[in-house]
Design a protein around this ligand. Structure first.
Ligand SMILES: Nc1nc2c(ncn2[C@@H]2O[C@H](COP(=O)(O)OP(=O)(O)OP(=O)(O)O)[C@@H](O)[C@H]2O)c(=O)[nH]1
Ligand SMILES: [Mg+2]
Length: 209
């Protein structure tokens, strides 16, 4: 594993694109339905229990939360979408924030789309897939909470989702994941190494070792 992920540090939270870290370097955004497990995935991937805030209450993350992985490389925990009980005004605000972020953020280099393995490909998930296809933004999908299903059932969902997305041609990969059981972590780190252009550096490191 590339050790940089465990060195992640919280930078700041912002309800708008002002007051965000300078739009330089590379940023990977974690998107997905409210309560899908985005913040938990960030904690699992960085091996830190309380880096991103987790909540049993859906809709908890309403801001853009930035984390520095290494200088010029960041994660962003995006507010979750699709929680029915959120008031309309909050939903509209969310829509504006997401649209502004996705349209204007130059350092955004990839989306990690987090979906509950039991409820994959909701309407908003499809919108995110379409957005990435439209803008050629690499997309890595985590089917998380895989611990909630038997291995066979989780694998079946993976195949189904792969099948549903098979005709979509742009950098796209899909995997099973569990923050509870810490499964699929190496696979995400490898995907991130590519997205963050760390592969060559990694090879250099192993040559030096
Ligand atoms: N069993 C299981 N529970 C999980 C997993 N990942 C997250 N959870 C639980 O799901 C709930 C929501 O997790 P969060 O990480 O806060 O979800 P989120 O996508 O960040 O939610 P919002 O911030 O509301 O958008 C919490 O109760 C977590 O403990 C997982 O892999 N397995
Ligand atoms: Mg969250």
């Amino acid at each position: 594993m590339n050790p940089i992920y465990t060195q992640a540090k919280f930078i700041n939270s912002s309800p708008h694109l002002k007051d965000t870290p300078a739009d330089e370097g590379l940023e990977v955004a974690f998107a997905g339905r409210s309560n899908a497990g985005k913040s938990s995935a960030i904690n699992t991937l960085t091996r830190q229990n309380a880096l991103a805030r987790i909540s049993k209450t859906p809709g908890r993350t309403q801001m853009l939360n930035f984390f520095e992985i290494s200088p010029q490389r960041r994660f962003v925990d995006l507010p979750g979408y699709g929680y029915a009980k959120v008031p309309l005004a909050v939903k509209q605000k969310w829509h504006e924030l997401m649209e502004t972020y996705l349209t204007h953020r130059k350092s955004l280099c990839a989306i990690i789309l987090v979906m509950d393995v039991r409820h994959p490909l909701t309407e908003f998930d499809w919108q995110m897939v379409e957005w990435c296809r439209h803008t050629n933004l690499p997309l890595h999908i985590l089917l998380t909470k895989a611990d909630k299903l038997t291995y066979g059932a989780a694998k079946n969902t993976l195949l189904q989702v792969q099948n549903e997305l098979k005709d979509i041609h742009f950098p796209l990969s899909i995997q099973l994941f569990s923050s509870l059981k810490k499964t699929g972590v190496d696979e995400v780190h490898k995907a991130l190494d590519h997205l963050f252009n760390l592969v060559n550096q990694d090879q250099e490191n192993s040559r030096e070792a």
